[in-house]
Ligand binder design. Sequence first.
Ligand code: ZN
Length: 412
Amino acid sequence: MFALSLCLWPAPLFAANSAQQEYQRLRPIFHRLEHSSKPMERDRWIATIKHFEALAQKTPESPWAPKALFSAARLWQRLSVWSGANRDLDYTLAAYDRLVGSYPRSSLADDALIAQAELLRTKRAEYAGARQKLHALLKAYPQGDQIKLAREMLSAVPGASELKTQTAAKAKNLARPRPFRVIIDPGHGGHDGGAQGRAQVREKDVVLGIALHLAKLLRADGVEALLTRESDRFVSLDQRAAFANRHAGDLLLSIHANAHHDKGLNGVETYYLDVEDRTYPGRLKHAMRTQKQKTTELNVILNDIATKGNTRQSAFLAEVVQKNLVPVIRGAIGKVRDLGTKAAVFQILMDTQMPSVLAEVAFLSNPLEAKLLAHAAGQRQLAQAMHKGIMDYLQQSNPNRTNSLAVLSRKR
Ligand SMILES: [Zn+2]
């Protein structure tokens, strides 16, 4: 429906509106397109992209113009993922070029260069081009917030000697229908602050900081990262699970921080769904009903098999995430307990139709761990550990090596 109304939108009305109003009118459409879990007709994408571009053209001096160009580029990029068309990737790169060329002083220019470098590296294997974008960023935006990421990416762009193996990897990437999609779920938010440590360190802020950084790291590796919240707002557990299912995530990582009245208690633990719990059968049916599925006997059996299938991978994911988190916290703090991976029936694990884990990264009630959690550097370290865990999972759970999963599940 809305595509139609877009095409028929009378031009004079736009002229009378301010750029801001037009931008705000387009934003919800942008979000619907960018977060759509199924491809929609190409016309809808193109119409919205054209509207953003028209806005920038008509009011080039307004602060909304660079934002509009960036939105247009983002839509091209997302469309290119759906279509898989090389041509759409060309349009994406050109759209980012227009933003950087027209608005070099915009705070979005470095983000555009990062996006281009990432696309050139992962989709085209044009390493010289990727390096050139990153060098341009380092030179032009030394104070920007993407400097660190740009340096990390630059060190990851292969040199000439590695080109051969990377080209093979690229061919494999192109064969994938879409990039691997990780749903990152920072706990709490808004009026729900979660646990609170000393000196006003709140769980909701800490886990958001970790989640945002983790998303950046994953994206730099060509993994798609979607967050259940990207700001300090309340999102219910139902909404989080629905978001993950709607976007058909390949895995979900929920991030929390622990608390205990005993301040001496410290440690890391990672949970996966407990399908042996006595409440599991009832909760499986409940989850099916909230997802509007029929709870016929056959349907329940099928869901049970699917859930248990995911749980084997979840247990493995929990293992690699935990394994990577422990040394980081020990490195930062010293003696910290490895509380291990545990099975439990958390709603977010029960209601998501994909391998999912919940990490309690440290104790906010413990003064030393709270200090690590409170600082951006500490949050980055934890994000790096989880990023490593996910990359290990990706590497080891590929179809040729499912044996490792079977061995693991027998151990539990
Ligand atoms: Zn929590």
